[in-house]
Design a protein around this ligand. Structure first.
Ligand code: FMN
Length: 169
């Protein structure tokens, strides 16, 4: 199995962390993985917020039920004003680009033995209200990050078969 497929297979949503702090070197690597993500016409219409302080994480708890006690949370936002727009239907690419950035962060975390979960269940307007720095962006994903203290959940191994997933035309 190739290295990437092994990583893709072993990555899982981690929802419990040890008390151990994520190092600056690990955080730098996650941000570098984010920076390297491809985007439509290379517009890079994305911004990232790093929440490390107790105060910031406490505020975040008013916005989502899914912080899992993490001491580090990364928020990825899409900036539609800076994105490529598809001429055929006017579709704005910002959220797709932000999702690719999120995927890079998630997989780099897994490759470094860190745990995280893609959290999409949050109140976006409340988030921007509590963090006015985020105004003008569409928050796409929150990543609570830490050192894993639990393995995969029951849904981790539930995937469609290739036959269900793929149609060869
Ligand atoms: C777009 C998206 C949103 C998600 N939102 C949440 C969430 O709000 N809370 C949560 O606990 N897990 C969330 N997840 C994690 C999924 O539940 C998880 O990826 C899926 O059940 C498969 O499990 P696995 O990641 O362990 O393989 C989200 C995943 C994605 C891709």
């Amino acid at each position: 199995m190739g290295n990437f497929l092994k990583l893709a297979r072993e990555r899982y949503s981690c929802r419990k962390f040890t008390d151990s702090i994520v190092s600056e070197a690990d955080l730098d690597a996650l941000l570098e993985a984010a920076r390297l993500a491809p985007s439509a016409v290379n517009k890079q219409p994305v911004h990232i917020w790093v929440l490390r302080g107790v105060e910031a994480i406490e505020k975040l708890k008013q916005v989502t039920d899914y912080t899992f006690g993490a001491k580090l949370v990364i928020v990825v936002g899409a900036k539609p004003d800076e994105a490529w727009v598809r001429k055929y239907d006017g579709k704005n690419g910002a959220e797709i680009d932000a999702a690719i950035v999120g995927t890079h962060i998630m997989l780099e975390a897994a490759s470094r033995g860190l745990g995280t979960t893609w959290v999409g269940s949050f109140n976006p307007s409340k988030l921007v209200e509590l963090f006015p720095e985020m105004a003008g962006s569409i928050p796409v994903v929150l990543f609570p990050i830490g050192h894993p203290d639990i393995g995969p959940g029951p849904r981790h191994d539930e995937r469609k078969s290739i036959d269900d997933l793929v149609t060869r035309l």
